[in-house]
Design a binder for this molecule. Structure first.
Ligand SMILES: Cc1cc2nc3c(=O)[nH]c(=O)nc-3n(C[C@H](O)[C@H](O)[C@H](O)COP(=O)(O)OP(=O)(O)OC[C@H]3O[C@@H](n4cnc5c(N)ncnc54)[C@H](O)[C@@H]3O)c2cc1C
Length: 375
């Protein structure tokens, strides 16, 4: 058993950290095109995509290290990258036809195209199988009608993986996945939602009105779309766990540096502040171990739904708690303006919601635990 990063992973971690510190800016209220362009320049938009498809051919674990470091500086950029990679690019890699891969994968891997994933609907979030967006077979392929909500990179993405049902009475077995390009007639994008955090990441509704796609834009088989979506969940959740790690570190490292600077000036740091730091840094290590272990299991192709859910739940809950408890360790005059701890808190909150809420993660974990103990 070895709890240390391999020399190669450790070197890449340092590279990502230095890149993020030096090159990235927190996004503010603007979509972080500049950050994405710089990441594309380093090959980071296709890090775990095989080289033959224009990527860097790195393992999933290295990608998780990247998400953590990017999210530490800009959580909006972190979620755009995570969605682009784990649910915007992987579906094509795993399920695309040769022609679909040739058409889109190199552009996605090089960051010339941005990917998005459109599953959630009003009334079909946690219960995604209840989606109502319809797909009807027509001579030219399929005609799609309906709408999606809360789509990351809506309006900014070039390619959407969209889920629609051929027959709602079939439940999850009626669902198909389609590749829909930006600008396809019949696709309209609402203005970005006004969120409490992640302001740089556009989150929008999508509307499909008699949108026609060719049969060659069906991803995977008819009726297998829901299984396709579910197969991406573990990887997606580990990515959001890494985002939680990055955010928790942002709060903790800023606060530890601030308290250390007070000591240097000869000020006192209370025992309460020290104990808070001790608790949170210990839990950060625990979150890191959960996340890295889930990533390693995924890398080895082993079942990891329970581990991915634990990592997502624990790391994102910690990101919120670290921000809240660290706020108490700063002086009141820091609570004004663009106070970073406030941004970390607002950005962290949503990580408990997307990629399956933390209540849903607890259901996944407890179901698996009870199954283990059921005689
Ligand atoms: C910023 C942001 C970005 C997003 N990006 C995307 C994206 O790119 N693509 C995409 O498809 N979706 C995206 N989503 C949607 C996200 O995945 C859903 O919001 C999430 O799955 C929850 O669904 P819901 O909002 O419909 O809440 P609901 O499912 O209605 O849940 C409401 C509350 O009830 C709880 N709940 C629901 N069912 C149960 C249950 N069985 N047991 C216990 N509690 C339960 C939930 O935990 C939650 O607290 C995004 C959401 C946000 C906020």
């Amino acid at each position: 058993m070895d709890f240390c990063l391999s020399p190669k992973h450790a070197a890449r971690q340092i590279e990502f950290r230095e890149f993020a510190d030096r090159e990235l800016q927190p996004a503010g209220h603007t979509f972080p095109r500049d950050n994405l362009r710089k990441m594309a320049g380093r090959g980071y938009m296709g890090l775990p995509v095989p080289r033959e498809w224009g990527g860097q051919g790195e393992d999933f674990f290295t990608y998780i290290l990247l998400i953590e470091e990017i999210s530490r500086i800009c959580a909006s950029t972190g979620v755009i990258l995570a969605v682009h990679t784990s649910v915007g690019t992987f579906p094509l890699l795993y399920y695309g036809t040769q022609a679909q891969k040739e058409r889109y994968l190199p552009g996605l891997a090089r960051g010339e195209l941005l990917g998005a994933f459109a599953l959630s609907e009003a009334g079909a979030g946690s219960d995604a199988a209840a989606l109502r967006t319809s797909a009807r077979r027509i001579e030219e392929g399929y005609c799609i009608n309906g709408g999606k909500v809360f789509i990351t990179s809506g309006g900014e993405a070039d390619l959407y993986t969209v889920f629609a049902t051929l027959d709602q009475s079939l439940g999850s077995r009626g669902i198909c996945a389609f590749l829909i390009e930006k600008g396809t007639p019949g696709l309209t994008v609402a203005p970005p939602e006004k969120k409490m955090g992640l302001h740089g990441s556009a989150t929008t509704e999508l509307q499909f009105t008699d949108l026609v796609v060719g049969a060659d834009q069906l991803l995977g088989e008819e009726g297998k779309g829901f299984a396709l979506a579910m197969s991406l969940l573990d990887g997606g959740r580990i990515g959001i766990a890494a985002q939680g790690l990055g955010l928790a570190r942002a709060s903790l490292e800023a606060t530890a540096a601030y308290l250390a600077s007070r000591l240097e000036k000869g000020d006192q740091v209370s025992q309460w502040a020290r104990f808070t730091l001790a608790d949170l840094f210990s839990r950060l290590e625990a979150a890191r171990l959960l996340t890295y272990r889930a990533a390693l299991l995924k890398e080895k192709g082993q079942p990891c739904s329970r581990e991915a859910a634990m990592a997502k739940c624990f790391a994102t809950d910690l990101a919120v708690e670290a921000a809240i408890r660290c706020i108490d360790l700063w002086p009141p005059d820091e609570y004004e303006g663009e106070y970073p701890l406030f941004r970390y808190f607002c950005d962290a909150k949503v990580t408990q919601i997307y990629e399956g809420t933390n209540q849903i993660q607890r259901l996944v974990i407890s179901r698996d635990v009870l199954k283990t103990f059921h005689k």
